[in-house]
Design a binder for this molecule. Sequence first.
Ligand code: FAD
Length: 355
Amino acid sequence: MRLSAFPPNFVPTRAIRSISLLMSTTPTDTDRQHDTRPVLDVLRRLNIAHGTDADLASLTWYKVGGRADVLAHPTNAEQLCELVACCAAHGVSLRVLGSGANLLVGDQGVPGLVVRFDAGALAGVEVRDNGTVVAAAGFDLMRLVSLTAGKGLDGLQGLAGVPASVGGAVRMNAGGRYCDTGQTITRVRVVSSDGRLHDLPRRDIEFAYRHTSIAADAIVVEAEFALQHGDSDVLRKRVLEIMGDKKASQPLGAKSAGCTWKNPTPPRRYLSDDAPRPADGDPHGWPAGMLVDRAGLKNFAVGGARISDRHANFIACDPHATATDVLSVMRHAEQVVLERFGVTLQREVVVWCAG
Ligand SMILES: Cc1cc2nc3c(=O)[nH]c(=O)nc-3n(C[C@H](O)[C@H](O)[C@H](O)COP(=O)(O)OP(=O)(O)OC[C@H]3O[C@@H](n4cnc5c(N)ncnc54)[C@H](O)[C@@H]3O)c2cc1C
């Protein structure tokens, strides 16, 4: 990864390819997507740290995949708004990378701009006396869980052991058996695809099983949580118990992105009382990991990617794995489960492919 101290006439590799295409032919939409020069101009003008042809694999939990044309680290919402507006005006694709704990980056990498919030106002947190916590999108969720438990604030301890940035946790409505991210949220601040800031009150946001109604192209910059005052010793103990539960059932040390697929039927608490449920014995009611396990796929491997024998919903990578290996394992398992049980597995893991 080259850092932002470019020589004055420096032009990144992929941009060179785009420029020669632009000079010789009429540009297609794809060519325009690769032309990141206007974005680089904004990054330099606003003095935002960035690199070109930047490695993404090391920023994901799978540790596989390609590079980004440009990776930038804006530090406040105003900078982000300008970048978003510039990308919109010039047809440059823009993606947000959180902690990379639910993300597979394709081996070809991704065109355009990737933003990551790891410094300044986009990575901070404020804890108020009344139990309100305002966390920026880049703040680490596990740090938020231990910080709030330590301060005797009750409400986030059920998210112990979920690796995420706050923004990624809001986007995925991350959670599990004990609670999910949306449960204690009172407001989310986003940047919309035209580069404007909006505050969304809780009543305007739907949180469902690994889903939120926040527009898919909106970028979360901050979330406000309303927590209750409690006993910090009890809360800290609960965090450790939940971590222990997760360690006992999941391969947390593996290079993975947690659960690969959503359960075909959401857990009961996400459904209304009268929502239809699969009958006993109907595979549509089984957890995704059970379907993969009963299809005999534990330990199924392609190259360096393997279905975990601890938890069949996890795909673990060895140091030689590629994103193509992971995708091959995913596709094979999806096909076998469909053929065996008639169930179409939906991916929980987000896949970024070029284009
Ligand atoms: C070992 C392990 C255990 C896990 N256990 C759980 C679990 O118990 N429960 C659970 O729900 N998940 C679990 N996961 C998955 C992961 O923790 C969650 O999906 C988490 O929400 C991912 O957050 P992230 O910041 O890493 O997002 P990323 O993986 O970086 O990104 C995921 C998606 O969110 C988008 N995104 C990220 N930040 C923003 C933002 N600021 N604004 C808009 N979009 C954004 C990305 O563009 C991408 O589409 C686990 C993963 C691992 C590796």
